[in-house]
Each structure stands twice: as structure tokens, then as C-alpha cells.
Design a protein around this ligand. Structure first.
Ligand SMILES: *Cc1c(COP(=O)(O)O)cnc(C)c1O
Length: 357
């Protein structure tokens, strides 16, 4: 058998950490699998990548990513299905979004095939970390950052692309209380909100902390200019059900991160004949619907939690309690259906699932 040029060399760890994992008390995002993928960009090209034992990365104190923030990431998951195979869910969407994020941040894009092969080969090597336990998965974190050793502002000429993996259990335990933000801004038109750029998350921490001090779990972001249009919820996309219609802010403005979970949810709902509106969504109409009880459901959509039901919406000095979880038939059906496709109990009619091994 000939070796594919996309076969990445592997240096195996001498001691797997798998034995010592306490699966019942798995903290989110703090435990990492045995290996990582690393690839460098230099001399105008991506060099050959390799898989190494998981471990620290050396950095120069002037490394440009730390100073000027050329740093992007992705978030995806590997699941174990009922047939004990390890699968990825629509990974090409992550690869494509990584290219878009890179372009926006003036960083060298990674060809889709290389991104996908790197993910597959790493996950395949660490496949024992994708355990066969309900709600568990292997969170995959590809990221890229600028590595020039230079304190001066310009696009870096060198970069590092790394992929690490972290086994996770169910993400959210309880429905979330959210506050509609009227002052702070996640993303402005013409800014970098559409990119999964590291700095976007740094900018969100302070307003999110204020919301937490006021008793909320997270914020609902509104448009930067008027704060009268809904954009996202925390680091998830947001969807509403009003009068049996599934309504979500359109992604035409470049202020909204184009989520794979939200896209999948819309694709599924559309295939079931659910009326869908992707358009500007005003704060006023959501508050109005909450008041007159036509707001049947509100939820966040993202890879980490899949679907995170919202229990309370806070706006100005008022709080609106949403209907009971049991009554939210559409989002429950969406969540179960998505889970079913991933674990293989429901037919994958759209070919979203890709087998790793
Ligand atoms: C990652 C992310 C999402 C969700 O995207 P998925 O592809 O569904 O995981 C939504 N909003 C923001 C701001 C994000 O960073």
C-alpha cells in the first residue's frame, strides 16, 4: 500500500492517560486526550503536519498572537454510534468556516482536505477517548495562531495550526436564564463577529460577568447600533418558536457566527415542513410574544450543548418565564433527532455523518 501524501507521521505517547480518567466526574474542557496535531506555516506554505504526544507548546515572548490577537479556532465533536463506530458530524462545515475565519483575520487558510484529514487521523489515533456512554463525546478543538517573534503590527508570516481533543459529558444541566443586552456589543457590522476569532470571546467576558452577577447564565446579544435586533445568545445561535413558526436572526449581517448546529436544526425543521423565518428579529417582538404567551420556545444552538433551552428572558427590569420544557415539542424533537442521527438510531438521510473508524 502506498503512503498517501496526507498521511501524517505519528509519534505515540509512551504512557496513555486513559486509565486514570474519572468518567463520572469529567470536568468540561480540562481533560485532554493523548495526542495532538501540529502543523507550521512558514516561507509562504503550510509545512507537513504531524501527530505528537499531547503537551505544552513553546512560545517566544514576542509571539505576535499574544500581542495582536491573530488567533482563530473551531469547535466540533466526535461521537461513538450504536455500532461502536466513531463518527464526525458535518465536519466539512467546520473546515469551511475555518477558512473564512482565517481569511478575515488575514491568516493563511488551511485547505479543507488537510483540515479534515488532520482531524480524522488524530481522532482515529485517540479513538479510545470517544467512549460509549450516553451524552459523552470527544470535543475537538482545532486552532491557529500567529507565531512571528516580532513586536510590530503586521500580519504574521508564520503560524501554528494545532488540534487538541477533550472528552466531555453532557454540557448543560439546567435550562438557561438569559438577559437581553442593551449596552455592550459582541460584534458590529464590518467587524469580525462572523469569524471564530479568539478576541471576540475575550470581549464578551466582562458583559457576561455583569449578567452573571445579576443572576443570569448568559447574554442575548443585540445589534451594536440600536440594540433593538436580536443576534445570538452567549456563544450560541438563538432560535424562537412563535405561533408554531421557527424564527431566527438571518445571517446576512456579518455580525452573526454561522453555526453548524443552527444550520442543521433549520435543515431538519424544513424537511419536516415546519414554517421557518430567517430574518431580522426585534427585541420588541420577542418581549411582546413573551407577554402575550405566543412565545412557545427559545433556545440556543451550538456544538457544545447542541440545544440549550432558555427558561427565563430578562429585559430591562422585567423577567419573562418561558413555557415548561415538556411543552416544547419542536426543540425536544430536534434535539432527539439530532442525537439519533449521530448515534445511528435514526437514518442519516442527508449524509451528515462521516465515519472515522
Ligand atoms: C461556535 C459558535 C456558535 C455555534 O456554532 P456551531 O457550529 O453550531 O457550534 C454560535 N455563535 C458563536 C458566537 C460561536 O462562537
Amino acid at each position: 500500500m502506498s503512503v498517501s501524501p496526507l498521511q501524517f507521521p505519528v509519534t505515540r505517547t509512551t504512557k496513555s492517560k486513559l486509565e486514570g480518567i474519572d468518567w463520572e466526574n469529567l470536568p468540561f474542557g480540562k481533560v485532554f486526550s493523548d495526542h495532538m496535531f501540529v502543523m507550521e506555516y512558514a516561507d509562504g506554505n503550510w509545512q507537513h503536519g504531524e501527530i505528537l504526544p499531547f503537551g505544552p507548546i513553546q512560545m517566544h515572548p514576542a509571539m505576535s498572537a499574544i500581542h495582536y490577537g491573530q488567533s482563530i479556532f473551531e469547535g466540533m465533536k466526535a461521537y461513538r454510534n450504536l455500532g461502536k463506530e466513531v463518527i464526525l458530524f458535518r465536519p466539512e462545515l467546520n473546515a469551511q468556516r475555518f477558512i473564512e475565519s482565517a481569511s478575515r483575520m488575514c491568516m493563511p487558510p488551511i485547505p479543507e482536505t488537510i483540515f479534515l484529514e488532520a482531524v480524522r487521523q488524530l481522532v482515529s489515533l485517540d479513538s479510545d477517548w470517544v467512549i460509549n456512554k450516553q451524552g459523552y463525546s470527544l470535543y475537538i478543538r482545532p486552532f491557529m495562531f500567529a507565531t512571528d517573534e516580532f513586536v510590530g503590527i503586521k500580519p504574521s508570516e508564520t503560524y501554528k495550526f494545532v488540534i487538541i481533543c477533550s472528552p466531555v459529558g453532557a454540557y448543560y444541566s439546567e435550562p438557561v436564564k438569559v438577559k437581553i443586552e442593551e449596552f455592550y456589543t459582541r460584534a458590529a457590522v464590518g467587524g469580525v463577529g462572523r469569524a471564530k476569532a479568539a478576541g471576540n470571546y475575550a470581549a464578551s467576558l466582562y458583559p457576561a460577568k455583569l449578567a452573571q452577577q445579576a443572576g443570569y447564565h448568559q447574554l442575548v446579544w443585540t445589534d451594536a447600533k440600536t440594540h433593538s435586533y436580536i443576534e445570538e445568545s452567549g456563544t450560541m445561535n438563538i432560535l424562537f418558536v412563535i405561533n408554531d413558526k421557527l424564527i431566527t436572526p438571518s445571517e446576512e449581517a456579518d455580525t452573526i457566527l454561522r453555526g453548524t448546529t443552527k444550520r442543521t436544526v433549520l435543515d431538519l425543521a424544513k424537511s419536516w415542513g415546519v414554517p421557518i423565518e430567517e430574518r431580522q428579529v426585534t427585541v420588541d417582538e420577542i418581549i411582546e410574544a413573551a407577554k402575550n404567551q405566543t412565545l412557545q420556545d427559545a433556545f440556543g444552538a451550538g456544538t457544545a450543548a447542541t440545544i440549550a433551552p432558555i427558561s427565563v428572558i430578562g429585559f430591562k427590569d422585567q423577567q419573562f418565564q418561558l413555557p415548561s420544557l415538556e411543552s416544547r415539542t419542536l426543540s425536544l424533537k430536534l434535539k432527539n433527532h439530532l442525537e439519533g442521527i449521530k448515534i445511528g438510531s435514526i437514518e442519516d438521510a442527508q449524509n451528515w455523518v462521516q465515519k472515522v473508524c
